[in-house]
Ligand binder design. Sequence first.
Ligand SMILES: Nc1ncnc2c1ncn2[C@@H]1O[C@H](COP(=O)(O)OP(=O)(O)OP(=O)(O)O)[C@@H](O)[C@H]1O
Length: 267
Amino acid sequence: MNVEAAAPVKPHIRISRVSKTFKGRKGDVHALSDIDLTIGRGEFVSVVGPSGCGKSTLLMLLSGLTPYSLGKIEVGEKLISSPNSDVGIVFQQDVLLEWRSALQNVLIQAEIRKAPLEAARERARELLKMVSLQDFENAYPKELSGGMRQRVSICRALLHKPPLLLMDEPFGALDAMTRDQLQLDLLRLCADNAMTVFFITHSISEAVFLSDRVVVMSPRPGRVERIIDIDLPRPRRLAMREDLKFTAYTRELTEIFKGLGVFREEV
Ligand SMILES: Nc1ncnc2c1ncn2[C@@H]1O[C@H](COP(=O)(O)OP(=O)(O)OP(=O)(O)O)[C@@H](O)[C@H]1O
């Protein structure tokens, strides 16, 4: 079966025949099997799949923080064989430092990279403004809501203008309305900062709303089961979620998961 819906024009990420096996206490755990995936520069690609299918593992392989067992991963011109400093990463938990203000939390990125602080401060303020946090740059994490904290951590991930943003269920811990707003904030940031986004989610609707393509993974060992092109106009608007075309995509994805035995509806 040809799982790739449309080959991207200019590849940014090339994952070729990648497998990952962990040495577990009870023997080998085959997390990923024979993954082939090409992602274009500037593309927004979401990955959906059942719990334990290897989504986070794949993201960690892309970051270079976890080595793969077989195959090859190239990001840009670089073969990934060690931690890749050219990425921004956002996890479900914001991991902000409680003793530093919002602005200082964003600036950590520059301090770690030993980048000039004055220019970094200007960019940090710009980013905070883009996500409507300009009045909170001196607030400490405990004074911020969950959504505001996660916005700060997105700004921190983007401070050094990474060409690739890796996001592992970044909105999974947020309430539905905050999540909607964060999705819009993220799309605005993507439009203003040319970058490729690799986005993991458990929400089919979120994947369709944000993405150019949605990658469906099978249960463990994770394989690329299907790739769906999302042909919806940008900028995306919340009302689009009621459109027939949008619901056709969510239905198609739901049916794929039913076929994989991930959803069972019998009573
Ligand atoms: N460091 C590790 N050592 C051993 N096994 C691991 C390790 N990391 C992940 N695994 C196993 O690899 C498989 C894939 O895990 P992974 O966290 O990538 O899945 P996931 O799709 O992100 O899951 P979820 O949606 O629940 O977050 C799981 O069976 C997990 O137990």
